[in-house]
Each structure stands twice: as C-alpha cells, then as structure tokens.
Write a protein that binds this ligand. Structure first.
Ligand code: ZN
Length: 490
C-alpha cells in the first residue's frame, strides 16, 4: 500500500514594531538580559496592558498580503497556563475572534503553482527566554510581551520540500511587507509542524503528530524527511500512531516523543477583561491597505510578462528588490529590456559586489526592499546605459569593447560616446580598412592559409584572431569572417 503525508504549519513571527505588545518597552533583540522590562511585561499585579496599534496594523496588513478576510471585530483572550517564562501565568492571544481568517499563499513548487490555505493569522505575545546553565537557570524577560503573529495553515502540504518552499515564500512576503525582519538567527521565526500519514487517496486524516519549536527551515525539512518515513514504517508494520508531540534532535537527526495528547491541555480561554475588542474603522483599514505591497511572486510574473524576461532574470529581481527597481527604471525607457537586464545582472551587480568586497562605499545590494538602494549613488545615469546598449545594437562598438566602456563609465560617470572616442573603441566596419588587415594577416601566415585551403576549417578562426589583433579588437568580427573567407576562396 502507498502512503501520503499531510502537513500543516503554525508559524510564529515576531513583528517589527518599536515597542512591545502591551507596554512601552523596546522591542529590541540582543540587549543585556532584563533591561527592556517594566511592571507590565513582568506581569506584576495591578498593571493594565495597552494594545500596540502598529502591531494590530501589521497583523491586518499580513492578512491582506495573505489574501485573508478581515473580520469586523477581533478580540483578545487569556490562554492560561503556568510556565517560568510567562510571569502572568497566561498568554494574551486571539482565540475565537482573530484579526484575520481564510486566506491563502501561492508559491512556485516543481515548476508549478502551489497554493496553501491560511486558516488564520492572529496576534499574541511572545514569552520570555529561558537559559540553562551548569547549576542554575535564568530567565530573560526582554522577549516577554514582544508582539507575535501566529500564521496557521490548513493541512495542504504533502512533502518536506514543498513545506520548505512554503516557508520561504511566506517569509519573503513578510519581508516584502516590512512586517518582520524574519531573522532566523535571532529566533524571529519559529514553527510547529503538524504531520500525519494516511493511505494514498484516503479521506480521513491519520493521527496528528506535532513537531514543536522548529527554528530553521532546513531543520523543518530534515525533520519531515525523517518523520514521514518513520510514521509510514509504523503503519506498514501494523502498528498504530497516536496523537503526540515530538521534538527534533538536529544532531542525532531523529524526532523524539515528548508527550502524548491523551490528556489534552485545557487552557481555560476567556476574553481578556482589560482589553477592548478591536473594531477596525473604514479609515483605519484604508490606511493599512495603502501599505500593501506587490507580492514577490506577482513581481516575478510581472517582470516576465511586461519585460519579456526569462524566469531566471525575473527571479534575480524578485530576490533583490533594489536591483529590480533599478532595472525597471531603466527598462521602462528601453526597447530592449532583455539587454538592460543582462547589463544590470551581469555587469552592474558584479561591479557593485566587487566594490563592496574591496570595503568601499557601495554595499552589495541587499535582498530586502530597502528605502536607500545603492543605485542612487551610481556615477552614471540610466540614460548612459541606454546609450551603451544602443552602441552595441548599431554595431558601433563590439560586445567586448562595450564591456570596457561599461567599466569606464561605472568608474568615471563619463558618457559612453565620450569613452568610445577617447579610447578609440569604435568598431571598424569600414570594409577597406578590414580588407587591408585581412591581406596583412594572410601574407604573414602562409601555414594556416595552406591549412584552410586543404580543408581545415579551424584555421579560419586563427586567421580571424590575427585580423582582430591587427585592428586592436575594433574590427567588426562578422565582417572579418566574411571578408577573410572570400579572400581565401579566391
Ligand atoms: Zn514592558
């Protein structure tokens, strides 16, 4: 019998706000322990939480980017449980009336479009962080009360690789929308993975097994690559799977059972009496909507459609937003966007990377949408790039000479026409001049000439090279080929 996996994810993402969810403490990673704390986020008695409006905006913005519905009313609830990293003994979350519901994410997988439905994205707070030392433990409350978005997917994923691509697509959307930096190293994204297996084609879901607290996407992929065959093996041997929670041991490369869910938690949810329900007004929603950005996949598709670019080029401009924006500003004025893409990707990007590695002023283009791209500080104008493309198209310069022109204009900002003139790089299409170079090359190389005449076609390339050398690289190569062949066949 064949089996299939069914996977759903709960992804937790820290929101990019200045302050925490219920107090004015800074939402900042890396500060000394317990320096961003106050009575509210320490859960002292008698304090009152005040909702961070920007966190609410970012939650609704996420909903819009994930094609969710935005209910007219959302509320906050207390989820009660005791744990040392949660001083209030309850977490404030959204239980039955979340801020966003019923969306979906589309992404590319195996050269097709995949779609994962989003059940909900709700707002809650992060907990503190526990540290375990040799003989003691410590708690850092800097993270307690940081706004946390939980994005819950439907069980629409079917493989480890597909899950990995979904997570990448999700994070890309959140970065585009400036909702979160999604810095995995700083623990800004963590997820719980729900995975079950069932006979292929069966309607009913198998026992749900949850792998808790994953903090890297490659870890999620490895965990699933282990867990799915493990579950299938149990069923094949006639065993039974029960609903349980497991943890992934990355070093050992295995999942281990933490607890079975025979005794499900009762969190005794109830509405938080200290917080008003959130009822977005038309005006407030319009303001959030104005912050919606074009999605990464839509951008890639648009670059392919509007500029006739191949998928690889469009992918580069999807991943490197400032580079793509620069390309677009030039391509809009060009009849040959593919040539613009070639120059921007192969030459400009390489030059900027070179500069940056040399520790100079132009940084490597960041992957994320930034407000201050390095392209504002380029010495040459977009028009210069268009001019250079024109010079290649009219065969005024050869493509190798064009590389030199580009290098020069990148360094000095001089116009291509000026550079061509000063450096004498104009391609020689003057037949008389080329005929003269050909005659010289033929006279100086009787050996190869004889080879060619006796049928060795490769000898022509050698002679062509000699002519190019005589012309100092400026002869039009196509013309050189034509003229040489005609002369040799006389
Ligand atoms: Zn605080």
């Amino acid at each position: 019998m064949e089996y299939e996996a069914v996977i759903g994810l709960e992804t937790h993402v820290q929101l990019k706000t200045k302050s925490k969810m219920w107090c004015g403490c800074a939402n900042e990673f890396g500060a000394p322990p317990n320096t961003h704390v106050c009575p509210v986020c320490l859960g002292l008695p008698g304090v009152l939480p005040v909702a961070n409006e920007e966190a609410l905006r970012l939650t609704v913005l996420t909903g819009l980017l994930l094609n969710c519905q935005i209910p007219q009313r959302a509320k906050f609830d207390r989820k009660n449980y005791f744990y040392p990293d949660m001083p209030k003994n309850y977490q404030i979350t959204q239980y039955d009336q979340p801020s966003t519901v019923n969306g979906h994410v589309e992404f590319e997988f195996n050269r097709a479009l995949a779609r994962v439905r989003i059940t909900r994205a709700h707002l809650e707070e992060d907990v503190a962080k526990n540290f375990h030392f040799e003989r003691s433990s410590g708690v850092d409350f800097n993270r307690a009360g940081v706004p946390l978005l939980e994005i819950v997917s439907e069980p629409d994923l079917t493989s480890a690789d597909q899950t990995y691509e979904y997570l990448n697509a999700l994070v890309e959307i959140l970065r585009y929308g400036k909702i979160s930096d999604c810095d995995m190293e700083k623990g800004m994204v963590r997820c719980d993975v729900n995975v079950s297996v069932r006979p292929k084609g069966a309607k009913e879901l198998g026992a749900k097994i949850e792998i808790k607290n994953m903090n890297s996407f490659s870890g999620v992929r490895r965990a699933l690559e282990y867990e799915i065959p493990r579950q299938i093996e149990v069923l094949k041997r006639g065993g039974k799977l029960i609903q349980s929670t497991r943890r992934w041991d990355d070093e050992a490369g295995v999942t281990e059972e933490m607890r079975t869910k025979e005794f499900a938690h009762d969190y005794r949810y109830f509405p938080d009496p200290d917080l008003m329900p959130s009822v977005p007004t038309e005006q407030w929603l319009a303001e959030v909507k104005s912050r919606a950005v074009e999605l990464p996949l839509a951008r890639k598709q648009r670059f392919m459609r509007d500029y006739g670019l191949p998928a690889n080029d469009a992918e580069v401009f999807k991943n490197d937003v400032p580079l793509g924006n620069y390309f677009e500003s030039v391509a809009k004025q060009s009849k040959n966007p593919k040539a613009v893409a070639n120059w921007v990707i192969n030459n400009l990007r390489a030059k900027l990377a070179e500069k940056s590695e040399a520790g100079r002023d132009v940084p490597i283009a960041p992957r994320r949408a930034e407000d201050n791209p390095p392209y504002q500080n380029l010495k040459f104008k977009p028009e210069a790039l268009l001019e250079l493309i024109g010079l290649v198209e009219t065969k005024t310069v050869s493509s190798s000479a064009a590389q030199q022109v580009f290098a020069e204009m990148f360094e000095t900002g001089n116009s291509p026409a000026t550079i061509v003139k000063e450096k004498g790089l104009a391609q020689v299409s003057d037949t008389a001049a080329i005929e003269k170079f050909c005659d010289e090359a033929i006279a100086a190389n009787p050996g190869p000439v004889a080879d060619f005449k006796s049928g060795k076609a490769a000898a022509l390339n050698f002679l062509k090279g000699q002519v190019m050398k005589l012309s100092k690289g400026k002869a039009n190569p196509a013309l050189v080929g034509e003229i040489l062949e005609r002369k040799l066949k006389q």
